[in-house]
Design a protein around this ligand. Structure first.
Ligand code: NAP
Length: 246
């Protein structure tokens, strides 16, 4: 039990993060579940008590040193960290929508919260991931790959995260660390889908030949990429979008 590998899921209390938590536990991982809302994190962890080992960690990633404190707390609790998955979704209002209507002042903060948070998380986790060949996964968005109206700012931020992951992967491979980006588009049943509204979701569903994925359709890929079966794969950006974009 004590030797089980440890996965830290930042934003693990969210729609996609929660599905990865469950999938990872089915595959024998010990899981550190992070979120911002304490009640939400603790309710999720309490509901998983029968499934294996999961511990909750709460912090707001806008706080100074949030990444360093989170990684140190997880390492202290479990004694190791073998995979880090960033599922935080931090977009403030005003980031998506017609460019002329977006708030220019919100963008620098948003970049810091997405790309900046990812690089600090990676930096803090590096010494643990290199010990036994760990994996870093960043959730991004198809907006960072496929151009579309209303996505100028989110697209730029997600492209930044993708650039970070691909370059990081090339360098960190020498230390046995793998890194990937997983890119959803429209995710059925997620909080973001609810915010988007049924009309936009229905339009997207018509274009997705395989049908839009749920969070449960995305989680197995994340867990696979962190496992031994993916030990020679790194630097990939994989869209899970039901055939919406290729
Ligand atoms: N769902 C989609 O349709 C979709 C599409 C494209 C890309 N993505 C990307 O996939 C990833 C996961 O998305 P999701 O749908 O699972 O998002 P979600 O359900 O909104 O979950 C977001 C997670 O981030 C945490 N979080 C947000 N702000 C935080 C802050 N300031 N400090 C600490 N934690 C914070 C939330 O915690 P609390 O709940 O406690 O606030 C929650 O755990 C994100 O990167 C998202 O951009 C999702």
């Amino acid at each position: 039990m004590i030797d089980r590998k440890v996965m830290l899921i930042a934003g693990g209390s969210g729609s996609i993060g929660g599905a990865i938590v469950r999938e990872a536990m089915i595959h024998g991982w010990q899981v550190a579940v992070h979120g911002r809302n304490e009640d939400k994190v603790h309710a999720l962890v309490a509901g998983l008590a029968e499934e294996g080992i999961a511990e909750g960690f709460v912090c707001d990633i806008r706080e100074d040193d949030a990444a360093e404190v989170l990684v140190a707390d997880v390492a202290e609790q479990f004694g190791r960290i073998d995979a880090v998955i960033d599922c935080t979704a931090t977009g403030p209002e005003g980031i998506t929508g017609l460019f002329a209507d977006t708030d220019p002042a919100a963008y620098a903060e948003f970049l810091g919260l997405s790309v900046g948070w990812l690089q600090r998380l990676a930096h803090a986790a590096y010494p643990f991931l290199e010990l036994e060949g760990g994996t870093l996964i960043a959730f991004v968005s198809d907006a960072g790959i496929h151009a579309a109206p209303r996505q100028t700012l989110i697209g730029a931020a997600r492209a930044g995260s993708i650039g970070f992951i691909r370059n990081f992967a090339m360098e960190a491979a020498r230390d046995g660390i793998r890194a990937h980006a997983i890119s959803p588009s429209f995710v059925k049943g997620s909080d973001s889908a609810r915010r988007m509204g049924s009309e936009r979701m229905a339009k997207a569903a018509k274009r997705a030949g395989l049908g839009l994925p749920t969070a449960g359709d995305i989680a197995p890929l994340a867990v696979f990429l962190c496992g031994d079966g993916a030990r020679k794969i790194t630097g990939q950006v994989i869209s899970v979008n039901g055939g919406l974009n290729a």
